[in-house]
Design a protein around this ligand. Structure first.
Ligand code: GN1
Ligand code: MG
Length: 365
């Protein structure tokens, strides 16, 4: 197995015992390697970053180094702080990563022990921790200049660019054929077309200077929140590949859309999808308790749009990928990306129906 060979290149003491696929990422391939050194066992995350998605994977490592250095400065060493962060394990020749000739990057990260992630929300407390951990992250990076971060994924969360791409893909023969033969695809296309006018509200606010560019996580869905196994408290956000300059209302929206949908984003029953207000209240209580007040007040007017647009955007991205032939998001079966799109569209409808209640909860704090 190639991953086994790669694992042996990193400076982990001992010999590799086992290596197995780990997590449920839609993009990169992740493995958990177990090494034994005498009586001691060490778990290590080995990951391949896909070049087709991340055109400059070495920038991910640059940002991770910058972020870790900043967090060390804020919090002290990882083992002494309540916020945990994955340390980079160097290769035997002292590099941060291995770059294969075809451009894919492999890296090794220390496994965060004693904590776990969940693909869908388990309880009100879990939703609270999802919000709390994101607020903590936003507070921790508040004084980290976005100019120190490189763009790892150009165009990420640029809603108008996703729309343009969708419109281009729609004109291709494959997309035309797919939409002619499938009612679900045609309806999904119409779903987007009815919402073209609102797609840029956050980008417009940014252009007017009402939202500033900050360091963002980019993918703070609940599945990326690590929860302490014993206490149930959130310990950190993982999957730091998309930490780059961005707009915080999008982070908030991505975290909320996943923390408040109890059915999860892979549920086969689209009818079960809901945006639960009690979960949102808990999530928002968590976020507002850990983000700074100034930050919260400046973001408030855009938080509902952040939730709405991140949900709509994700649906649009899944739909575009379905029409393009599943080139971006990995699939286990044909039609999976269309189904994923419908999950997000159903959620978008719920967020639209519950707009006034969501906004009331936001304004209350
Ligand atoms: C992708 O890394 P992973 O698989 O958790 C995607 C996110 C989506 C998410 C939906 C780089 O995240 O934007 O919200 O799937 N990441 C990238 O599950 O496109
Ligand atoms: Mg990710």
């Amino acid at each position: 197995m190639r991953a086994d060979f790669i694992a042996s290149q990193f400076a982990v003491p001992g010999r590799l015992l086992t290596m197995r696929p780990f997590g449920s990422g839609n993009i990169n391939d992740t493995y958990l390697g177990v090494f034994r050194d005498g009586m001691e066992e060490r778990q290590v995350i080995i990951q391949q970053i896909r070049r087709e998605v991340f055109p400059h994977p070495e920038r991910i490592m640059h940002n991770l180094r910058e972020l870790n250095a900043h967090l060390y400065q804020q919090l002290g060493m990882p083992e002494q702080s309540s916020w945990r962060f994955p340390e980079i394990i160097k290769t035997k020749t002292g590099e941060d990563y291995i770059l294969e000739p075809e451009g894919n990057l492999w890296r090794a990260l220390a496994f965060i022990e004693g904590a776990q992630t969940f693909e869908s929300v388990q309880s009100l407390e879990h939703a609270h921790e999802g919000g709390f951990v994101l607020g903590q992250f936003h507070s921790l990076v508040e004084n980290l200049s976005p100019s120190k971060m490189q763009v790892t994924l150009p165009g990420f969360h640029h809603t108008t660019a996703y729309l343009k791409k969708f419109e281009t893909v729609l004109k291709t023969p494959t997309a035309t054929e797919t939409s002619q033969t499938s009612v679900a695809t045609r309806k999904a296309i119409e779903f987007i077309q009815k919402r073209i006018r609102v797609i840029d509200v956050i980008e417009q606010a940014h252009a007017r200077g009402e939202i500033k560019t900050t360091v963002t996580h980019g993918d703070p869905k609940l599945g990326n929140v690590m929860i302490d196994i014993l206490t149930g408290k959130g310990v950190c956000l993982i999957d730091l590949d998309t930490v780059q300059p961005g707009l915080a209302p999008y982070d908030f929206g991505d975290a909320a859309r996943s923390a408040c949908n109890p059915a999860g984003e892979e549920n086969p029953e689209v009818e079960l999808i809901d945006f639960n207000l009690e979960l949102f209240q808990a999530f928002y209580r968590g976020y507002s308790a850990s983000v700074t007040e100034t930050n919260l007040n400046s973001l408030k007017p855009f938080l509902w749009s952040g939730i709405h647009l991140m949900t709509l955007e994700l649906g649009l991205r899944f739909l575009t990928d379905h029409l393009e032939g599943d080139v971006y998001f990995k699939v286990q079966q044909p039609g999976q990306n269309l189904h994923r799109a419908w999950v997000q569209f159903k959620l978008t409808e719920k967020i639209e129906q519950k707009e006034s209640e969501i906004c009331r909860l936001i304004d209350e704090r």
